[in-house]
Design a protein around this ligand. Structure first.
Ligand code: NOJ
Ligand code: NOJ
Length: 379
């Protein structure tokens, strides 16, 4: 059952890159309306997670091939003359800069790419020393230098709408800095520690009581609290223990609850377990976003597991029924819902749960990486 699903997931991802003649280019979706036939730095980095994970588990050459294409393509992209340098959010599918109007820079991109390159370095460093030393490390250094120079400057959020300071962007930048900091043998020349500490203290500005401020504008005014980006942030740092030790993971529940309440109201369904990006989103009617819903399932599973560990360690306090069992049930319901939406697993960006209509981009590549991660959490 699971391996059959994994095959389907991987095939949907492969189709969104194999159909493009330029190796390594991954389109965000094959849709023309909206036009998603571009290579986003963010989407493609996130899509590499299942590919890298499958490679590490199976060592199959097909996964190796996609990793090599990713490295080759991103290396060339890093060398392009774009309007915002490495912060450029998307690239044309013939690998030329996209110079139209857009929300740029988006400084989560180079951090996410850096996180993926580090994962690849960890897998390659013994058997592929030349690729590691001559290609991967110089690429990581480019992203690292960019992040060190730009983390203290405003950028557009991952939804490409607001210029300012964002919890999501800062979390992935922090994770990337931390991953570099830990690999002293390669990156000890760069003054990461002081910047890491500074970014950590900036991140604390986003914690307000038991909630998370997702964005401040350029002048430091609060733009938004509840945003699925807060949930995605924890997923995309792999729940890094060193980071989670210093912030309150439970604050994510404020976002989860706020979004569930809003979307239950919107669709007049108090059992709905699906969410969109944020309240009153106007993009294609601000419907349910599958990738946001799947990230909700992922953090619920993470919280469920963590609560269980704590409970089991202290038998005196072991509850008969763990209150977070509900998280487990909801995560399973989300998985079941997504897997049964379409027989061929053609998953759209947005969905209207009342009419069951698929809305906006079709077969969104990023969806499949969140689905893969959710499946891992549940198996
Ligand atoms: C395209 C962006 O990708 C999307 O996130 C945004 O909502 C619309 N432009 C409108 O700004
Ligand atoms: C719009 C989303 O807001 C953005 O996060 C994404 O990168 C692009 N679509 C491409 O999928």
């Amino acid at each position: 059952m699971t391996s059959h699903n994994i095959d389907k997931i991987m095939n949907r991802i492969f189709e969104n890159t194999d159909t493009i003649p330029t190796p390594g280019i991954i389109i965000a979706s094959p849709s023309n309306e909206p036009d998603y036939k571009y290579h986003w730095i963010r989407d493609s980095a996130l899509v590499m997670r299942p590919i890298i994970d499958m490679y590490s588990k199976t060592k199959e050459s097909k996964y190796f091939h996609y990793i090599i294409n990713y490295i080759e393509n991103e290396s060339k992209i890093q060398g392009l003359k774009t309007l915002s340098g490495l912060g450029e959010p998307k690239i044309n599918i013939n690998r030329t800069p996209f110079n139209g109007d857009w929300g740029r820079p988006q400084n989560d991109g180079p951090a996410l790419r850096g996180i993926m390159l580090i994962k690849i370095l960890d897998l390659f460093k013994y058997d592929y020393e030349i690729i590691s030393n001559n290609v991967l490390i110089p690429m990581i250094i480019k992203d690292l230098e960019y992040i060190l120079e730009n983390y203290n400057k405003v950028s557009f959020d991952l939804w490409e709408e607001n210029k300012g300071w964002h919890f999501y962007t800062r979390m992935v930048q922090l994770k990337f800095m931390k991953d570099c900091l830990q690999r002293t043998e390669y990156f000890n020349k760069y003054s990461i520690q002081s910047n890491y500490d500074k970014l950590f203290s900036d991140l604390n500005d986003h914690f307000n009581g038991d909630s998370i401020i997702s964005s401040f504008d350029e002048s430091g005014k609060i733009v938004k609290y509840e945003d699925a980006a807060n949930i995605l942030a924890f997923c995309h740092i792999d729940y890094d223990e060193d980071i989670l030790n210093k912030i309150n993971f439970n604050n994510v529940l404020h976002t989860c609850n706020g979004l569930l309440t809003f979307f239950r109201n919107k669709y007049s369904n108090d059992k709905l377990n699906m969410i969109g990006r944020y309240c009153d989103d106007k993009y294609y009617g601000g419907q349910i976003w599958l990738l946001c819903t799947m990230s909700l399932g992922q953090v619920y599973m993470e919280l469920y597991k963590r609560n269980n560990i704590v409970k089991n360690r202290s038998p005196m306090h072991r509850a008969k029924s763990n209150p977070s069992t509900e998280y487990f049930i909801t995560a399973n319901e989300i998985l079941e819902k997504v897997l049964t939406m379409d027989v061929s697993l053609m998953l759209p960006e947005q969905y209207n749960p009342n009419t069951e209509e698929f809305i906006s981009a079709k077969k969104l590549t990023w969806n499949y990486s969140e689905l893969y991660m959710l499946l891992q959490q549940l198996s």
